[in-house]
Design a protein around this ligand. Structure first.
Ligand SMILES: CC(C)(COP(=O)(O)OP(=O)(O)OC[C@H]1O[C@@H](n2cnc3c(N)ncnc32)[C@H](O)[C@@H]1OP(=O)(O)O)[C@@H](O)C(=O)NCCC(=O)NCCS
Length: 251
């Protein structure tokens, strides 16, 4: 049941999301890999983005480990080994920072962002944004949507300056930052972008709540669908086991 306080467009989008869960539709994780694709319609509008919790470290790890060496280099600024990725995931501070994820129907994270707030004692009004999108899901606007979400959350947390460190060759990331109005300063092979955020408003707070709810509703729908199909697959296995046993015991 969707809360009636949400605008009609929001409710329609959630319903469209439920429709998207029907069997027979190609899962995001099954799309063929290409460098850039035309954006599917769903990504052009509202994309369900959910806050990722500490019990989902395994999902974050799987997503990051699936990134190529090149992508890990772009994401972390060095070609992180599996052990370094594991250490990064183990060290995530879910109380201080915000992690966001976009999930496929198998509840795998296909895009995620890390909004890291300045540690206590340092300038509390700054945060840093890091993002990664699985190769097969690129070019659909997920990176940009994650950035927009991070902006809303950072603003509502009182952050006045959002930083993005990227390699100068990272055209896609710098484009996301520039499109959002960030100032990009290039320093050789590295670039730093910063975006000044206005103070929180009633609008930004309502958006934060609505977007959070939307991501959560989408995740719960996917979780139920996933549970249901797993149950059916189990039932199917039992049936074929019984059928095989009958055939074997038949005279
Ligand atoms: C950078 C990254 C997150 C972009 O994700 P994405 O979902 O493919 O990006 P989007 O679809 O939102 O595209 C954002 C913008 O970049 C552009 N873009 C996307 N891929 C591009 C590419 N390969 N070359 C040039 N521009 C590109 C898009 O056209 C879009 O700009 P537009 O809105 O003006 O058309 C993704 O490529 C990635 O995960 N890279 C590896 C990790 C990384 O580099 N992280 C960033 C450092 S923290």
């Amino acid at each position: 049941m969707i809360d009636p306080m949400f605008p009609k467009a929001f409710v329609d989008t959630v319903r469209a999301g439920a429709q998207w869960l029907r069997p027979g539709v190609v899962a995001a994780g099954q799309a063929p890999a290409t460098v850039r694709k035309p954006r599917p319609r769903a990504a052009a509008g509202l994309v369900p983005i959910r806050s990722v919790g500490p019990r989902e470290r395994h999902r974050i790890l799987s997503h990051l480990l699936a990134l190529s060496q090149r992508d890990r280099y772009l994401r972390f600024g060095y070609a992180a080994s599996d052990e370094q990725v594991q250490r990064y995931v183990d060290g995530l501070d879910f109380q201080r920072d915000e992690l966001f994820g976009i999930y496929n129907r198998r509840l795998e994270i296909i895009a995620m962002a890390h909004l890291a707030f300045a540690p206590t004692g340092q300038d509390g009004s700054c945060a840093e944004f890091g993002v990664s999108v699985s190769e097969h899901a690129r070019g659909r606007g997920y990176g940009a949507r994650l950035f927009e979400r991070a902006v809303v959350v950072a603003r509502n947390e009182g952050v006045s300056m959002l930083f993005i460190h990227a390699l100068s060759e990272n055209t896609a990331m710098l484009r996301i930052a520039r499109n959002a109005g960030a100032t990009v300063v290039r320093s050789g092979s590295e670039s730093e972008a910063h975006l000044e955020l206005p103070a929180p408003s009633l609008d930004s707070r309502v958006s934060g709540i609505a977007l959070g709810q939307f991501g959560e509703v989408d995740f719960q729908l996917k979780a139920r669908a996933h549970q249901f199909w797993t149950f059916l697959a189990g039932l199917q296995e039992v049936r074929s086991g019984v059928r095989d046993a009958r055939q074997r015991s038949a005279p």
